[in-house]
Design a protein around this ligand. Structure first.
Ligand SMILES: [Zn+2]
Length: 203
């Protein structure tokens, strides 16, 4: 169970004094797992990268291996990420296919670190921002957010006209289910951290 790993007393969060070179403080969490004998794994958890290493790995090996794993995760993410130009092109395709009556196009589309929202559209300067949590998301879920924000170019609120256009998106429930599931997982993953703090307070 991963939760047991997370509250294992062997876990540590890198602080000031042992931040690894090239990695900003607080971005990486190293978990020493007693269940792991040899293998090392890394995964993205919200804004952080969690690296799980065997409990007995030496500090020297940790310093050598962790940056390597972090680089691997970043390379994977870069390969999966659409460029901002590609996002704008995709919006154009979606509007032409699903809502040809909207002729407005965004002046700029950009990735943003947004934890609370999936996207935003500012009518004044026609700029669309997409949460970087969607980097690597299934195309269908990303399309759904792109289309939603693109409709806002024409309709600022979620009124009947907005809803009528959004309803044209095929299998919107599946895309919504992915987004809801992602948010639920984020909440669930945050729980062990809170639990850890609670345990330390009573230690
Ligand atoms: Zn909206």
């Amino acid at each position: 169970m991963d939760i047991m790993d997370s509250i294992n007393p062997g876990c540590e969060e890198l602080g000031d004094e042992n931040t690894l070179p090239g990695i900003s403080e607080g971005e990486i969490i190293v978990i020493r797992s007693t269940r792991r004998k040899k293998n090392i794994s890394a995964y993205r958890q919200g804004g952080r990268i969690v690296v799980s290493i065997p409990a007995r790995m030496s500090k020297a090996d940790e310093r050598a291996m962790v940056p390597e794993m972090v680089a691997k995760i970043r390379a994977q993410e870069a390969a999966m990420t659409m460029s901002e130009e590609a996002l704008a092109n995709r919006i154009d395709e979606l509007l032409r296919e699903l809502a040809p009556e909207i002729t407005l196009r965004p002046a700029c589309v950009s990735w943003r670190a947004m934890r609370e929202r999936w996207g935003s559209c500012t009518g004044v300067d026609r700029s669309i921002r997409i949460s970087d949590r969607l980097k690597g998301a299934p195309g269908h879920a990303l399309d759904f957010v792109l289309f939603h924000e693109a409709i806002h170019l024409q309709y600022f609120d979620h009124g009947p006209q907005f809803k009528e256009l959004l309803a044209r998106f095929p299998r919107a429930e599946i895309a919504s289910a992915y987004l809801d599931g992602y948010e639920a997982a984020e909440t669930a993953l945050a729980a062990p951290e809170a639990l850890k703090k609670l345990l330390h307070r009573h230690a």
